[in-house]
Ligand binder design. Structure first.
Ligand code: CO
Length: 209
């Protein structure tokens, strides 16, 4: 057990050496500040590392991850990350990236208790209820789960657009697009769900503030 933990620190020293060989100023440049263009809202799943699957480097992406890449509008953690990314860092793109085989989404489709996490899964169940007729028309459970992953991402994109943080950025003329993607853990491919928003005009009017 101790060995697998030590391995990470050894890997870190090797990584530092490698980076410095390529560019002796690498860490000095990073230490001078960040100006990422992207905010990534992804799942905590260990198979979906934001930087690796998008070919991005330290400094490129501001990242928030939670179980099933949820945008829960009373979640202070998510709101603080969103506020800082949009209002201070002025990211140009927010990407909600879900993934197929998402344990959170699959658990939310079922009827088992898991403990405390059931309270988090409830938010995903709320999305299921919104799309229940479409989802229940899919007989194959695997295919239904895949579609649920896509619909859940789409709904989280809407939930971002409903926030005053995103709507105020648009009101101020700040260039900002919100996108929904799904990553395939079985093939590595990211699918763009083409549900991008660049203004609140496509939202139901009750959510326009
Ligand atoms: Co997941």
């Amino acid at each position: 057990m101790e060995k697998s933990y030590r391995l990470l620190l050894d890997n870190n020293r090797k990584w530092v050496e490698g980076q410095l060989q390529q560019d002796p100023q690498y860490f000095k440049k990073l230490a001078s500040g960040q100006k990422p263009e992207y905010l990534w809202i992804g799942c905590s799943d260990s198979r979906v590392p934001a930087n690796q699957i998008t070919g991005t480097e330290p400094g490129d992406m501001f990242v928030h991850r939670n179980i099933a890449n949820m945008v829960v509008h009373s979640d202070m953690n998510m709101l603080s990350v969103l506020s800082y990314a949009v209002e201070v860092l002025k990211v140009k793109h927010i990407i909600v990236c879900g993934h197929y085989e998402c344990g959170g989404v699959i658990a939310a489709m079922g009827h088992k208790q898991f403990g405390l996490i059931d309270n988090w899964l409830r938010h995903i169940k709320d999305v299921y209820k919104l799309y229940a007729s479409e989802l229940e028309s899919i007989a194959d459970e695997k295919l239904r789960a895949r579609r649920f992953v896509e619909l859940n991402v789409t709904e989280q994109v809407y939930d971002l657009c409903k926030t005053t943080i995103v709507q105020n950025a648009w009101k101020n003329g700040q260039p900002l697009a919100v996108h929904g993607w799904v990553y395939g853990v079985d093939d590595g491919i990211i699918k763009d769900l083409e549900v991008s928003f660049t203004s609140e005009k496509d939202l139901h009017s009750v959510y326009q503030v």
